[in-house]
Design a protein around this ligand. Structure first.
Ligand SMILES: Cc1ncc(COP(=O)(O)O)c(C=O)c1O
Length: 242
């Protein structure tokens, strides 16, 4: 496919504009259907019913336009409906829509490209659909490869909503009502200097949180650590950069 610069050929969508009381009349109807016919977890966002989006602008079913600060939870990095992306999806859907897990040229080429782009010790790419799935797969691989089972994880972490992903998470709300969770997880406080869980100051703490990890291993581990899982910075806990 001919490559185009990002944004080139993108049909402009005007900036934010609120035309009705919010939520508008059509939105209220769909929100009611959602409340009635979908699980409660599917209508807990702000009451906005998306009709279409382009670049960083969302239009709702009543014609109100908003600036998108969600960015598809960080995955619509080229903006909504970029023409090059839309053309690629369309072309693929017309050629081959589903092939279970058989190899395709596109998937093999993507894996090759990802391995070439990442540091040399990362020699494989396992392409999955969701974050939770990736967390499940990573932990399964770590356990089978090492023959051990303990996973070190951090308070405040969010890794997804499937059982293992929830179990390594460090936020109580996500887990409430679902216990007991998957065993073998050792949780430690995250390195959060602004609000140190140990009440220390960064200028004098001498990285006490790392010493605490040693203490955790001494007191909780049976010597069977398979992996450590952490976000590079904690998102759901409040964008905490260690
Ligand atoms: C750091 C992190 N890991 C895992 C997940 C779970 O991803 P998914 O919702 O695609 O299962 C999320 C989702 O927001 C996340 O922020």
């Amino acid at each position: 496919m001919e490559r185009r610069a990002l944004g080139e050929g993108r049909r402009a969508m005007e900036g934010p504009e609120i035309r009705t009381a919010l939520p508008g009349p059509k939105a209220r109807e769909y929100l009611e259907w959602s409340r009635q016919f979908e699980p409660r977890s599917m209508s807990e966002q702000v009451p906005l019913v998306w009709a279409r989006a382009r670049g960083c602008i969302i239009e709702d079913v009543d014609g109100n336009r908003f600036l998108d600060f969600t960015s598809g939870v960080l995955v619509t990095n080229v903006g909504h409906c970029h023409p090059e992306y839309v053309a690629a999806v369309k072309e693929q859907a017309e050629r081959l829509y589903n092939c279970y897990d058989f190899v395709t040229p596109q998937r093999a080429a993507l894996a090759k490209k990802l391995v070439e782009l990442t540091p040399p010790h990362l020699t494989k790419a396992f392409i999955l659909t969701t974050g939770s799935e990736a967390v499940e797969a990573a932990i399964k691989m770590a356990r089978r490869f090492t023959g051990r089972y303990e996973i070190i994880a951090f308070h405040g972490a969010f890794h997804g909503r499937t059982y293992m992903a929830m179990s390594v998470g460090g936020k109580a709300g996500v887990k409430r009502g679902f216990g007991p969770l998957v065993p073998g997880v050792l949780h430690a406080p995250f390195c959060y200097c602004y609000r140190c869980p140990f009440g220390r100051e960064v200028s004098t703490c001498n990285l006490f949180c790392l010493d605490y990890l040693d203490y955790l291993l001494e007191t909780e581990s049976t010597g069977s650590v398979a992996a450590v899982i952490t976000e590079t910075y904690q998102g759901a806990a409040g964008s905490i950069v260690p």
